[in-house]
Design a protein around this ligand. Sequence first.
Ligand code: HEM
Ligand code: HEM
Length: 331
Amino acid sequence: MTSLVTTVTETLRYRGQLGQWSWVLHRVSGLGTVLFLILHVIDTSWAAFYPKDYEQAIREYQSPLFTVGEFLLVACVVYHAFNGLRIILLDYKPAWWAYQRRAATLVFVATLLVLAPTFILMVGHVLDFYGEEGRDIAGLDEIIETQAQFFIGFIVILVGALILSALFGLIARSRATFDLPGRLEAALWSFMRLSGLLILPLVFGHLAMMHVIQGVFDITGSGIGIIGTDVINQSGKAVEFVGQRWDMLVVGVAIWRVYDGLLLALVVLHGFNGLRGVVNDYTHPPLVNRALNYAIIFGAIALIVVGMAALLAGVDETAYRIAEDLTASAS
Ligand code: HEM
Ligand code: HEM
């Protein structure tokens, strides 16, 4: 906790120190994206297992609150990606540290250059959607109800992890924090760099499809071609959008399932290992430190299992009808 306070106060005190701000922004943007990722992978699995809930989740993504969040998310991913590249380059070319201030400025400039046209296109999607009358927009009460379930889930996992940590402390008579062997830490350090490089094209491609070429609003566009496929979304249901993408075959390979599977594994391992680093920086009491590490390891495994299960299960065509029934009963 003291170190968290120090991070905040020192950052404010060192006003104008670009390196310090880059470090904080990299951390905040990484953590923000991880938070979104947890909700997003669970939501996406509903397309396969709870089609009605998936329709509702996408309705909420299309609400004004999430629309603002979507702009922030894109800014986080773009900044984090460019700054991550800077970190990787400087780690492998320490001689370039002499130019690190210039490199940090370049990252801000590159981020703005990419965000400007991206945001213009995204605003276009927003105006198209909200410009049409009679839209069924999710209310704040519905959003709070859905997000409360996630919040309760987080609390349950944290309490479970605290109990496990206390039991471990009692049985093993341990007052130690959760430390990985040095060799594994070194391998994870390299993994963070390698995975960052691999994630970059995957996540930018995903964002281009879901925000720029089409928008989050086109996921429920009836009669609109589905990005990355040669079919049209007949029902205008989000589950049909996902189902058709996952069923799209190129030379017998379900390319979007493979793509999403790679993205899922890399982004969860990278994001949760990053989260572990941040947690270990700020939590030193062994009971809490072990509990948070257990929760992170459990969370990463659970998320990969849930996401992969959805990819393997795919979306049944009856799900389209279930989703259609939902709309029919609502109107
Ligand atoms: C609001 C922004 C986003 C939207 C609207 C969106 C939309 C979608 C959709 C429709 C799918 C279903 C599969 C498909 O059609 O390919 C999906 C899957 C996925 N997305 Fe996103 N995405 C967004 C942002 C992100 C970001 C920033 C990440 C990475 C940090 C990400 C990671 C994933 C992963 C890993 C899957 C596969 C999940 C699974 O296997 O269950 N998405 N996304
Ligand atoms: C798009 C390409 C990406 C690149 C090039 C990249 C690169 C990096 C690098 C180099 C680090 C520093 C690792 C270290 O200090 O050991 C890092 C940390 C981190 N990354 Fe990424 N990353 C990317 C995407 C993501 C995504 C999509 C997420 C979220 C799911 C994420 C979450 C994090 C977190 C939480 C940290 C720890 C931050 C800290 O310790 O301050 N990254 N990333």
